[in-house]
Design a binder for this molecule. Sequence first.
Ligand SMILES: Cc1cc2nc3c(=O)[nH]c(=O)nc-3n(C[C@H](O)[C@H](O)[C@H](O)COP(=O)(O)OP(=O)(O)OC[C@H]3O[C@@H](n4cnc5c(N)ncnc54)[C@H](O)[C@@H]3O)c2cc1C
Length: 434
Amino acid sequence: DKGYRVCLVEGREHLGGRLCAPAFDGGPPVDAVPPILWGGHQETRTLFTLLGSQQRVHFPHSLHHTFALPAGRVVALPRLWGPASVRGPATIAGFSGISMRDRMRLMNVLERFWEQDLSLPTDLDERPVTELFDLTSQSESAVRQVWTPLSRFLLGDDPSKVSAALGAGSLRALLFGSRRNNAIGLLTGGMAETLLHPAEAHLRRSGADIRLGKPATRLLTQKDQVMGVTLQGGEPLSADWYLAALGPDALAALLPDRWLAKYASFQSLTEWDWSPRVTLRLESRGKGTKPWLRLLATGSYDWAVGIGGGKTQWPTMEIWLIAAGQSALLKRSDADLREAAVKDLQGLVPSCQPDHIQQHRVFRSERATPALRPGTRRLRATPQSPVANLFVAGAWTDTGLPASVESAVLSGRRCAEAVEEVHSSRVDKAPGAH
Ligand SMILES: Cc1cc2nc3c(=O)[nH]c(=O)nc-3n(C[C@H](O)[C@H](O)[C@H](O)COP(=O)(O)OP(=O)(O)OC[C@H]3O[C@@H](n4cnc5c(N)ncnc54)[C@H](O)[C@@H]3O)c2cc1C
């Protein structure tokens, strides 16, 4: 849109990265993520507007952070209006998913944070989220039934493995963010129709040259500059600016050894660990329901989303169950995972009986998201790499967000702005510029 000529190189045969997976029947790729837009995803919403797909996003009242607790209790996080300073404490006070004692303890510590109590830890990035639970003296049941599934939902991993700074940031956004910002969106047509196809169409309309099925194999470099990139099959490409939107390991594989040895930020690309995820998508003949989201206090999965069926625009009921950060589930067979899903849904979706399930698909990934462990903030790359004409984007880069779609979109915008900034400063310095 700013007049640059863009060539986009994708190693796979289709765009969409981890958001989609190959179809079993050889058809177009299918979504590997549920058709929802998590609360707080403002960058992604802005992108939908730019792509003209915002009308595909709805914010049903029934789709909300709701906990399925033992003994069939279902408790939603209150959704309140009003200024953040009132809304945050009122949300905690009104949330009956944890005991009044747990709520009071949580509020006491929040108050101490506001008052900048010097005895509170300042190095949250070096500590795991579980230390926040200790700090706020949460009971064992609150941790197990509420904070653990919520952490896995917001952060994509077990709270013992994610940095407390990231956990505190996500919780703050959830409790203190505006009601509008925290609304969870339902994507008609899923990520494919809302994001991927419109983005590809937009790029093609803008004249972008899209090379699919052509992984980059090597960066051609000279001193501290990228001179070109070689694609599989040997084809070289050259440009003024290079934007790498790859995982950290894939980027490290393209860099020359001398850069990996010379620059700390390139060296750290090899230090990343990954969080696993199992996603199960079920199609059921059950009665139609309003869309729902449940964070699961017990069972194998951490959270589940259900949409459609009956007379809604979805002909069958679609249920997605997600387990984040649980490596043990990766080894279980599809049939086993389906059985575990039916068990988790018992009591939650009475119409989801085993004989109602028409189809299911398991998406297993040992390396679903880069693990944002305590102390990994320093590994997250800034858009401008140490090499002047190489920029870095991706969900794992330094956005301050969990490694999500939102983080990937935000990093892309920041990267484009960084190129624009460097380009404008060069134009300003060019002979004859005013
Ligand atoms: C099963 C699963 C479920 C998930 N669910 C959710 C969810 O519900 N919500 C959410 O927000 N996030 C979810 N995520 C995470 C989300 O998919 C990622 O955060 C997001 O896709 C990251 O985007 P990215 O552009 O940083 O990286 P990627 O999506 O990994 O994209 C990188 C791209 O680079 C390409 N590539 C790699 N090497 C090369 C090369 N040498 N040459 C050319 N191309 C190359 C890859 O093929 C890929 O297309 C899920 C992930 C998985 C695996």
